[in-house]
Write a protein that binds this ligand. Structure first.
Ligand code: NDP
Length: 453
């Protein structure tokens, strides 16, 4: 008789957990997974997928305007938030069904409910107890909101997907991925949009030129930025929510959305009780093979708080399953992982920023092109795109590649292969471009420019 109920018990059916469960089962393991919310996790249910669909919706507003320059005459347009939200949620239901099907098809047993570790081999899901030789923690993260007077009035991205109507006025707090993406969505859909950020330009950590161009273009599209500012309190008034900033000014709005970061979901999970170390921020430290300090407990994805990106979690989950159940030890390489911000304009980036390049590689050459994309010659829109390459002078490798503008994430996904595998500037230059495209700039920039503007 087997010593344990399962070979693997996964806590959390998000991107990382589902992939690990399916692959482990494919290697012949007896696998169970538990989920307290909906199968699919943050990315499918309350993150990447609904956000991107809403971002498409928001873009139509300016597409209709741009069409006029091409001879189109449009009648009056109108936007229905309930119709968009209904369509988005129908798609999420469909995707959740697919995830259920994938787990079923792989023979993974789903236990609905919150899983809590009782010891290094036992997980309790409600009243039920399950034992497993190995336990994988894949519980992801959750939005974090600082404590201040009136914090109870704010929503996070979780609730933004369930608003009953499009708010006439929105205040977004934060300057990171989620803040920029949602400020762009609300602004594009027609809400009066304010964004309060404690820094001097959005997207800290990104290349300085990227930050400058995104800040400039979002402002040009109508987002009212308040930089170097914090919300000190929020009160409800007859005219909506009044948010007082630390400079004494007030913004009156219908919705205040905080996007001030996310914290790992480890509270009350029983990890310390099972002997698993946690960092001060609640994240689970793991080595390159997803191992915690306890032999039978592993962790992947946002709960480890490293690169909080869906494809990273998926890769980590897959590598974990291959390593533990497939006899093929594999680690996830976190170097040169491309990422995107689905703000308007969009950002795609891979490799280092100019600031970090100097630190890592010493002397670098910078190639930069800032230009009006061809589409806007006729649309009349003044928006400019950015293409930027950072080349380490000694080995000539392209170590950073940054794009701001239409389809930036699609462009960078392709170029990420070249940057990841260390192609040189000369190899970029020997690649003939596709004309006329914006992306051809990345293989036609010949003259280095002085560093950041
Ligand atoms: P980020 O860490 O990207 O941004 C948090 C923002 O909140 C920063 O601008 C930060 O300022 C600000 N902030 C933090 N604490 C406070 C505070 N006490 N008061 C005021 N402002 C504060 O987090 P997000 O929530 O936007 O996203 C979480 C993670 O999810 C991202 O890091 C990313 O890994 C992932 N994600 C990825 C997406 C994608 O791939 N497209 C989309 C959405 C999320 P400062 O910069 O000064 O620290």
């Amino acid at each position: 008789m087997d010593e344990y109920d399962y070979d693997l018990f996964v806590i959390g059916a998000g991107s990382g957990g589902v992939r690990a469960a399916r692959i482990a089962a494919g290697h012949g393991a007896r696998v169970a997974i538990c989920e307290e919310s909906r199968v699919g996790g943050t990315c499918v249910i309350r993150g990447c997928v609904p956000k991107k669909l809403m971002s498409y919706a928001a873009h139509f507003g300016e597409d209709f305007e741009d069409a006029a320059g091409y001879g189109w005459q449009l009648g009056e347009t109108a936007f229905s938030w309930p119709r968009m939200i209904g369509a988005v949620h129908a798609e999420l239901d469909r995707l959740e069904g697919i995830y259920h099907g994938l787990l079923d098809g792989a023979g993974v047993v789903l236990h609905e409910g919150r899983g809590v570790l009782e010891d290094a081999h036992t997980v309790a899901v409600g009243e039920r107890r399950f034992t497993a030789e190995k336990i994988l923690v894949a519980t992801g993260g959750w939005p974090w909101v600082p404590d201040f007077e009136g914090a109870g009035h704010v929503i996070t991205s979780n609730e933004a997907f369930h608003l009953e109507r499009l708010p006439g006025r929105v205040l977004v707090v934060g300057g990171g991925y989620i803040a920029c993406e949602f400020a762009s969505i609300f602004n594009g859909l027609g809400s009066e949009t304010h964004q309060v950020y404690r820094g001097d330009q959005v997207l800290r950590g990104f290349d300085g030129d990227v930050r400058r161009v995104v800040t400039r273009e979002m402002a040009a599209k109508g987002v009212d930025f308040r930089f170097e500012a914090l919300v000190s309190r929020i009160v409800e008034t007859d005219d909506g929510l009044a948010a007082t900033l630390d400079d004494g000014s007030t913004i009156t709005t219908d919705v205040v959305m905080y996007a001030t970061g996310r914290v790992p979901n480890t509270r009350g999970l029983g990890l310390p009780e099972a002997g698993v170390d946690l960092r001060a921020d609640g994240s689970v430290p793991v080595d390159e093979y997803a191992r915690t300090n306890v032999d039978s407990v592993f962790a992947v994805g946002d709960v480890t708080h490293r690169l909080n990106l869906t494809p990273v979690a998926i890769h980590e989950g897959h590598a974990f399953a291959d390593t533990q159940f497939g006899g093929r030890p594999r680690a996830t390489d976190h170097e040169a992982v491309a990422c995107a911000v689905f703000s308007n304009p969009q950002v795609g980036t891979v490799g280092v920023s100019e600031e970090d390049a100097t630190h890592h590689y010493g002397e670098v050459e910078v190639f930069r092109s800032e230009f009006r994309p061809m589409k806007h010659t006729l649309s009349g829109r003044a928006e400019k795109s950015l293409m930027k390459l950072i080349v380490e002078r000694e080995g000539r490798r392209v170590v950073g590649l940054h794009v701001v503008g239409p389809d930036a994430p699609e462009i960078v996904q392709g170029f990420a292969v070249a940057v990841k595998w260390g192609l040189t500037k000369e190899q970029f230059d020997a690649t003939i471009g596709i004309h006329p495209t914006s992306a051809e700039e990345l293989v036609t920039m010949r003259t280095p420019v002085p560093g950041q503007r």
